[in-house]
Design a protein around this ligand. Sequence first.
Ligand code: HSE
Length: 411
Amino acid sequence: MAIKAAILGFGTVGEGVYRTIQSHKKELETLLGKKVEVAAILIQNKQKDRNIEDNVLVTTDYNEIINLSQLDIVVDAIVGKDPAFSYLKKAIERGCHIITANKEMFAHHGKALLALAKEHSVSVGFEATVAGGIPIIQTLRQLLKVNRVQQIQGIVNGTSNFILTEMREKKQSFPEALKLAQEKGFAEADPTNDVEGFDAFYKLMILSRVAFGAEPDWNKVERVGITSITSELIEVANKLDFRFKHVVSIHKDGDRLIGSVRPVLVGNSHPFFHVEGVENAVNVYSDIVGRITLQGPGAGMFPTASAVIEDLVYAGNRNQQDKHLDKPVTDAFPLTNGSLHDFYLLNGVNKRDLSASISITEQVADQTFIVETVHEEILRLIQENSSIRYYPILDGTQTLLNRKKRKTVTV
Ligand code: HSE
């Protein structure tokens, strides 16, 4: 008998999953010893023309799907917390494995779904929720079991990275670059989620749970998007040989998890410097192996379908089931690098507003300075004047030293 799957949603992700199940029939059958058939697809609008085979139930009514006589796997490719959460709960209760690409829903309800799935002895695949096609979840769950993770940093929103790259390389305006990201199917239905950092925030929470077995207090995580980055600032950074990247970061400080979601500048020795366009990258710093960087396409139809299809094989092959997927909460382990933001680019600030503990390295444009200080001083400054923008510089020391040398030679 075949494995019967239902796909909820037929947008970029849902369609990609459907097409991939068709195009990789043979591989799936070899790996699972059975055919995989898409039994049903949940859609929103009956009027749209879709290229779906006639033997697939295409419906707007989830009850028709959940009451099918055979259903083994439910793939969630819809957007938003509800009704996705209630659909998946019902699927688990019915004994189906679930796979989701829905970041917002999983960040909010992942814990509950994993607990329910454990009760019903089914699996939950969520590789597609973070960093598109990059197998970061399985890497953390399966391949780094003994390593104690110290810090994770990532470029996890393809749309933001695409916009920043287009603005720098092709001198596109922000709205032009966003429009292109939407046309290419990278952006969320409401792109505010991308450009204001919400999408990256949800992904960071999912990563945190997998790597540390816990999440930071959501209200204490700084979340800043890319909307403050103007073409002028990109030009300034370019001249300094830095690039803007939207980076999520999480590490443990004692018992506390410290997370941030914000634009930063990276120097050319940092692995994120060359992560361009819709690419994502995740750095995992852990105690035995050191730094690993995984890089790959972070959004789009087939990268996301790739993550779903790998989860599908995992779910379909019960023999491969790992009983120890939930990593225990790990002890804090001191960071050796990557957490200190010693240099910052400050924008919209006057020299006289800078206290003695913020030392100016260079004025690079009007009201724009590179400074050297500690994070607490920056937070104090922002508290006094919330219109000041700041961008930590990652791995910038060498770039700044080289620049100093070049300037000295010129003079
Ligand atoms: N809108 C998301 C992004 C899609 O741009 O990264 C993939 O999660």
